[in-house]
Design a protein around this ligand. Structure first.
Ligand code: PLP
Length: 360
């Protein structure tokens, strides 16, 4: 006799657990050639490694129910009230908390596609309906199309800038125009996972949090700060939204090691900025070398490059994989290549030279 369907399973039916098909990476060498995850490939700062080591001495102790120390630091850094900050297990965790409290089963969430793969899953977990808005041919958000897709059921818009996977950014003026045009029931979550890699000042958008109650900035320590494995991210929002989102957290979701590493990273601002500048240099070098091979990448503002290869994308990914390099393939769209070490870039370029795929 077959068992009855699990209540709630209907809305998750189309999803596998997040990227569950991927085999675990076996060793450090494997990770060096893996340019598919937009990770930072630099080693941890000594201060960060030490903070994590100290937390490892008493793993039997729970963390604080809420990561007060980090919240305090972020509030000081951005000049916002502590009540305006939600810290969670990665920005994906924070996004989940936000969607859970903002949406009901009647609501729609608009987002561009292709985008960060977790959006559709997290929207489904919140019980809402995702509405995809295709990127333009040049990989940008078409905000007029977004507005045209807004209905009375639209509750949230997710805008990712710089966008994963194309690296395009939404300009300051465009973003402000868009927010003004939206009806008041819509909350816009601006996913800024890669904002530190952009050449623009990452504090440029803070006025949105100060002035507009319906814009939420979502950020992470996973990318520029290189703490992806520790899981810590945050949102800056209006107090009402963030206080409600905090209620949707798992108890003790942010470990003490994650909090301590994030605080230690904020203490090392100068070194962090140098590291980010190095990633930008490597990004430029890699883009130029790919261009020399006839593989032109549009300007990217993240720690990755986008090759708009269209139908050749899958073939390119498979071909460089045979030479031991892993990139992220978006079938029929393109290939995203994370900035890695110079050695990994050399290996990729050698493989790409042989592959010789051009966009179609
Ligand atoms: C656009 C974007 N947002 C959010 C995330 C989630 O990052 P994390 O949960 O590690 O903070 C990612 C990860 O790749 C991403 O690309």
């Amino acid at each position: 006799m077959s068992s009855p369907p699990l209540p709630g399973a209907h809305r998750l039916g189309d999803f596998s657990a997040y990227r569950s098909h991927e085999a675990p990476r076996s060793d450090a060498t494997g990770t060096e050639w893996d340019l598919s995850n937009n990770e930072l490939t630099l080693p941890p700062l000594p201060e960060v490694a030490e903070a994590v080591r100290i937390c490892g001495l008493d793993p039997n102790r729970y963390p604080a129910p809420l990561p007060h120390l980090l919240v305090e630091r972020l509030a000081g850094q951005f000049g916002v009230a502590r009540t305006q900050i939600v810290v969670g297990p990665g920005s994906a965790g924070v996004l989940q908390q936000l969607l859970l409290v903002l949406c009901t089963e009647r609501d729609e969430v608009l987002y561009a596609w292709p985008a960060f793969d977790a959006y559709p899953l997290l929207i489904a977990v919140a019980g809402a309906t995702g509405v995809r808005v295709p990127l333009t041919a040049t990989g940008a958000h078409d905000l007029s199309v977004f507005l045209a897709r807004v209905t009375p059921r639209t509750r949230v818009v997710i805008l990712c800038t710089p966008h994963n996977p194309t690296g395009r950014r939404i300009s300051r003026d465009e973003l402000r125009w868009f927010l003004n045009e939206l009806p008041p029931q819509v909350v816009t979550i601006v996913d800024q996972a890669y904002v530190e890699f952009d050449e623009l000042d990452e504090n440029d958008d803070l006025d949105l949090v100060h002035q507009r109650s319906k814009a939420v900035l979502l950020r992470t320590f996973s990318k520029a700060y290189g703490l992806a494995g520790l899981r810590v991210g945050y949102a800056l929002a209006d107090s009402e939204i963030s206080e409600t989102a905090r209620k949707a957290t798992l108890p003790f979701a942010v470990t003490r090691a994650a909090e301590a590493a994030a605080v230690a990273s904020l203490d090392q601002e100068t070194v962090m900025k140098e590291r980010i500048a190095m990633v930008r240099r490597l990004r430029t070098e890699l883009g130029e070398s790919l261009g020399d091979l006839g593989l032109a990448c549009p300007p990217s503002h993240g720690n990755f490059l986008w090759l708009p290869l269209g139908r050749s994308a899958t073939g390119f990914g498979e071909s460089v994989a045979r030479d031991g390099i892993k990139v992220r393939v978006y079938p029929d769209h393109g290939v995203r290549i994370s900035v890695g070490s110079r050695a990994a870039h050399r290996r990729l370029l050698a493989a790409a030279r042989v592959t010789g795929h051009a966009a179609d």
